[in-house]
Design a protein around this ligand. Structure first.
Ligand SMILES: Cc1cc2nc3c(=O)[nH]c(=O)nc-3n(C[C@H](O)[C@H](O)[C@H](O)COP(=O)(O)O)c2cc1C
Length: 360
């Protein structure tokens, strides 16, 4: 029995049930460090891929995107599996159950997923309790923050402030999620006139909380459905003298559907292969307009070494995957770093930083 043979078994289940089962298995392993070490032996990092960004060390560029472990249930397992960093969340201040089921749909032929989960969350208190009990992880950990569904948009800032205050001791980086399509109105916070005051206020909270000069960087995660000019305006924020943000994540899921999408219509965000071109374009526009001033995490439809390499050439300093990892399994966490190192050497680069944005 090979070690990835659980995959067909999970794919035979209803998607959300499969997710719950996988998370449960990883949560169990999270409490078994010796078994984890046998299951996922450590590989020597390839120096060509190692980067230090925001004062954090990344052994290679590929991390786990938000949404898989929203409540930090299985963090030590995810840190051991081979991801160079892990993002938990989206966490909301109060617990909430999200949208009614079914709310995750698989499209294996297209290697895609649609989800309309709507931020089901155990809430920040439970998440903080878990993070406290896990202790410091073996790789950098980001916390992705969202507002509660019942919080009026005008009071969204108060939700993000509370999250920052409550989860501050645990975050290596913050993600302000203003791009989920499944919380009504959330995406309007991406407009510059809404986002700037939010960021100004959150930076102040972050500075008031700073301990030992520790200021986890503030990243903004954007949607791939913005117009070119809107992405450009966001990119220009990276040059604002107030230092409003420290990075971007491009991108979240799309509400668009590819041409010839013949499945019964399901509301929600589409991820995986059909998102690849859109997410790549969003990253390209963002990198050009921000003139490489802040690191960008490229995410959306990354499955192969070529996808990963292309995203770095387009301006991604780091990468994330969710849907690709679901379809390809943990093998991806060996294949992409190894292949990326080879690919960089083939093209004459001696370090990944030389390749970032070189394909523009
Ligand atoms: C089931 C599911 C749940 C997700 N939940 C979140 C979330 O809570 N917060 C968030 O910022 N992104 C969430 N995402 C989006 C991913 O983090 C990622 O941005 C997107 O799926 C594109 O990457 P991919 O094509 O590699 O999946 C979710 C994606 C999926 C498939």
């Amino acid at each position: 029995m090979n070690r990835h043979s659980w995959q067909p078994w999970l794919f035979a289940m209803e998607p959300e049930r499969a997710h719950t089962m996988a998370l449960l298995a990883l949560e169990t392993l999270a409490k078994m460090p010796k078994t984890r070490a046998l299951l996922w032996p450590r590989h020597d990092p390839d120096p060509i891929l190692q980067q230090s960004l925001w004062g954090l060390e990344f052994s290679h560029p590929l991390g786990l995107a938000a949404g898989f472990d929203k409540d930090a249930r299985a963090l030590p397992s995810l840190c051991s599996m081979g991801f160079a960093f892990v993002e938990i969340g989206t966490v909301t201040p109060l617990p909430q159950s999200g949208n009614p089921r079914p709310r995750i749909f698989r499209y294996p032929k297209e290697q895609a997923i649609i989800n309309r989960l709507g931020f089901p969350s155990d809430g920040m208190e439970m998440v903080a309790r878990r993070l406290r009990s896990w202790g410091k992880g073996s790789v950098p950990m980001g916390i992705n923050l969202g507002k509660n569904k019942d919080t009026p948009l005008a009071q969204a800032l108060a939700d993000y402030e509370r999250l920052l205050q409550h989860l501050h001791p645990y975050a290596d980086y913050w993600v302000i999620n203003v791009s989920s399509p499944n919380t009504p109105g959330l995406r309007t916070l991406q407009s510059v006139e809404n986002l700037v005051p939010l960021l100004v206020a959150l930076r102040k909270v972050r500075e008031d909380l700073a301990d030992n000069q520790r200021l986890p960087p503030l990243l903004v995660k954007i949607a791939p459905d913005l117009e070119r000019e809107e992405i450009q305006e966001l990119g220009h924020l990276a040059e604002d003298s107030r230092g409003l943000l420290d990075g971007f994540i491009a991108s979240n899921t799309t509400i668009s559907r590819p041409e010839g999408w013949t499945y019964p219509p399901e509301a929600g965000g589409l991820s995986g292969r059909p998102l690849r071109e859109r997410a790549l374009q969003t990253l390209q526009i963002l990198y050009q307009s921000s003139r490489g001033k802040v690191p960008i995490i490229g995410v959306g439809g990354i499955f192969t070494v070529e996808d990963a390499y292309q995203r770095i050439l387009a301006g991604g300093s780091l990468l994330q995957s969710y849907t690709g990892w679901i379809y390809q399994g943990p093998r991806m966490l060996e294949d992409i770093p190894r292949g990326l190192g080879d690919r960089l050497r083939q093209d004459g680069f001696t370090h990944i930083s030389q390749a970032i944005g070189q394909g523009m």
